[in-house]
Write a protein that binds this ligand. Structure first.
Ligand SMILES: O=C[C@H](O)COP(=O)(O)O
Length: 335
């Protein structure tokens, strides 16, 4: 489960620093070369190459970093329940045993969290308690008028309190994009600060909706403001914008996280979300984090994938690794 997190600091626009588009693009290109190495299983004459084993290990790692998400208008007890079961047992027991895991009842592999709407939090609490996973899997709730955030501040704060009272341990808020576009940074800091307070002991994950912020400089500044206001994670997107998690945005956010750590000593987590669907997408993000933030960020305390459809591909990849064949559609129930 989560540790203490980021207390934030006073608003200080001197913490903003310039984003150099050319160097972001160069770095994106450099990272893509490393990413290519892991994009496919390598052909092997003797079954499994060392590198393949490596890739299987990264895929398992990715599974443990997922906030398994459902954010749909027709969400109900039944699909939230399935989501929780899938979060608790994301990989079939026989596949895990083939991969060398030896367990009886308790699966060592589960996702980091489930992520749902506030009205569905009590159902996630109920199911995770019933299956004995409530101390292992976090319950994240989106709030503050997700995805647009276009409701009065009081209503947005009340929504956070509602989700926390119902048992959410993490709150994924959306920021006020018009404040960013008008460069009202102090007003943005004050709003996020009020949201941090409304969270109480729940962790605050701040969705920047980067696809709607206009420039990478705005992405950097909004990242810094969110962290100054106490965000425990900064998250790229809601999954509902037309552009969601991209590598250049990830580079800028990772740099802001490093700069914030350098200035204040606090570590803030990164959560790419929206359109992260394949093992290749996931491994690209893990490489980005390893290269720019370091191995210590590759834990559920400091890195998450926000994803509704990623798990299916990760599970398929492990199945292929273990059996050498592609599973039929009916073999995996959800993901
Ligand atoms: O926070 C999670 C996102 O809403 C998930 O987006 P996705 O459905 O594109 O995976």
């Amino acid at each position: 489960m989560m540790s203490d997190g980021n207390p934030g600091c006073s608003f200080d626009p001197d913490l903003f620093s310039n984003v150099n588009l050319t160097s972001v693009n160069q770095l994106a290109k450099k990272l893509s070369l490393k990413m290519d190495l892991f994009s496919e299983w390598l052909p092997s004459s003797d079954g499994r190459l060392h590198k393949n084993k490596h890739r299987a290990a990264w895929i398992l790692k990715a599974i443990t970093l997922i906030d398994l998400t459902t954010l749909a208008g027709d969400d109900s007890m039944s699909n939230v329940s399935r989501l929780c079961f899938k979060a608790a047992r994301p990989v079939a027991k026989d596949i895990l045993q083939e991969l060398g895991f030896d367990y009886e009842e308790d699966s060592p592999i589960h996702t980091a969290a489930v992520c749902v709407y506030p009205n569905r939090v009590h159902e996630a609490v109920h199911v995770l308690e019933k299956i004995g996973m409530s101390t292992k899997i976090n319950i994240a709730s989106v709030a503050t008028g997700f995805p647009a955030g276009q409701t009065p501040l009081n209503a947005r704060l009340a929504e956070i309190r509602f989700a926390v009272e119902n048992g959410a341990t993490e709150i994924d808020i959306v920021i006020n994009r018009p404040l960013v576009l008008a460069a009202k940074w102090k007003a943005l800091y004050d709003e996020i600060g009020a949201m941090k307070e409304a969270c109480g002991t729940a962790h605050l994950k701040t969705i920047l909706a980067t696809g709607e912020l206009g420039t990478l400089q705005n992405v950097y500044n909004a990242s810094m403001v969110a962290m100054m206001a106490g965000a425990d994670f900064i998250k790229t997107s809601t999954g509902k914008e037309s552009v969601n998690a991209t590598i250049p945005v990830g580079i800028v956010m990772a740099r802001a996280i490093k700069d914030y750590q350098h200035k204040t000593g606090f570590k803030v987590g990164l959560k790419p979300a929206g359109g992260v669907r394949t093992s290749t997408d996931a491994l690209q993000w893990l490489i980005l984090v390893k290269e720019l933030l370091g191995n210590e960020w590759l834990t559920p305390e400091l890195f998450r994938f926000g994803a509704s459809g990623l798990l299916g591909d990760l599970e398929t990849q492990l199945y292929q690794y273990v059996t050498g064949r592609t599973p039929s559609g009916y073999e995996f129930t959800m993901g």
